[in-house]
Design a binder for this molecule. Structure first.
Ligand code: NAP
Length: 287
């Protein structure tokens, strides 16, 4: 019998990822704190759960795609949380971006309940989530991850095994440091081009014409030209991830001068009007 899948966290990413699991033919139960975000999936054939506990009781595999540790704790440990159910023997795949130290501690906690715990954050944003082309960065028991691969590949184009518990989260932070660096660099170079009297379109055409061309720059092109930033990867999330990067650097006693500057730009205390935009809105800070 095919395993029953539960998906918790139907935000920008979760909605699209859950839809792809459903399309792949899995029996899917969904839960979201704000229940209206589950309506489209219910209309497409998913079963609605009224609490994480109810969802866990219906499913063998529970996927989490939540903001960060606070949200994961609320979903697991709340009054009607995952851990309030009979959960021994189940699998929890945490695809949220969280600090590696938190992932390791979560893995131990879940294993003490008899749960197999995998950290599997993703590289790729809203569009790859919709297209099912995310790159999935998996940490934890390798044999368990191998078994989960068909399910993971319903959401992504590749599963990269990173190592023991927490290494998926470590990989994700290193990737997001590079992502933040590339985005801030493109925004600053565009700002200089504009200040020098060059047309934004012409500058971005030059970027895309040579060795600097990359899918990220292409995806953000229209945002930079129009100076409008509908959220795909919200500024708020990049700001939290830069804080995790700094924590990780401090725990590993490494110096990251670029990350320090980025954490000042991607400031988690910025106004909500900025935090709610796409992280490409870093360009607006330069004006
Ligand atoms: P999002 O749209 O902000 O969704 C966040 C989800 O977490 C929502 O379902 C939200 O529920 C839930 N949540 C937050 N706090 C909660 C709490 N205290 N209790 C219960 N549920 C809570 O975020 P997203 O863009 O989908 O990102 C999800 C995760 O993937 C984040 O860790 C992010 O860093 C990572 N990620 C995002 C992208 C991207 O491009 N967007 C790419 C790669 C990785 P409500 O709907 O009720 O608020």
């Amino acid at each position: 019998m095919q395993q029953r899948i539960g998906f918790i966290g139907l935000g920008i990413m979760g909605q699209a990822m859950a839809a792809n699991i459903l399309k792949a033919g899995y029996g899917l139960t969904v839960y979201n704190r704000s229940s209206h975000k589950a309506e489209a999936l219910a209309a497409a054939g998913a079963t609605l759960a009224h609490s994480p506990k109810e969802l866990t009781e219906r499913c063998e595999i529970i996927i989490l795609m939540l903001t960060g540790p606070e949200a994961v704790d609320a979903i697991l440990q709340g009054e009607n949380g995952v851990l309030a159910s009979e959960c021994s023997g189940k699998t929890v795949i945490n695809m949220s971006t969280v600090p590696p130290a938190y992932s390791r501690q979560l893995n131990q906690q879940l294993e003490s309940y008899g749960i197999t715990a995998i950290d599997a954050p993703v590289s790729g944003s809203k569009i790859p989530a919709e297209q099912g082309t995310l790159v999935i960065l998996a940490g934890g028991d390798e044999a368990a991850i191998k078994q989960l691969e068909p399910l993971l590949l319903s959401m992504g184009s590749g599963v990269i095994y990173c190592g023991e518990a927490g290494t998926g989260s470590s990989m994700k932070l290193a990737i997001n440091l590079l992502l933040g660096t590339m985005m801030a660099g493109l925004a600053e170079a565009t700002h200089l081009a504009e200040a020098s009297g060059l047309a934004t379109e012409t500058f971005l055409k030059v970027v895309g014409a040579g060795a600097l061309a990359c899918p990220l720059f292409k995806i953000k092109e229209q945002m930079l030209i129009t100076d409008t930033y509908p959220p795909q990867f919200p500024f708020r999330h990049m700001a939290k991830d830069m804080q995790y990067v700094l924590q990780e650097a401090s725990q590993n006693a490494v110096s990251l001068p670029v990350a320090n500057r980025l954490a000042g730009l991607f400031d988690p205390h910025a106004p909500d009007a900025l935090l709610d935009q796409d992280f490409a809105a870093v360009k607006t800070l330069l004006k």
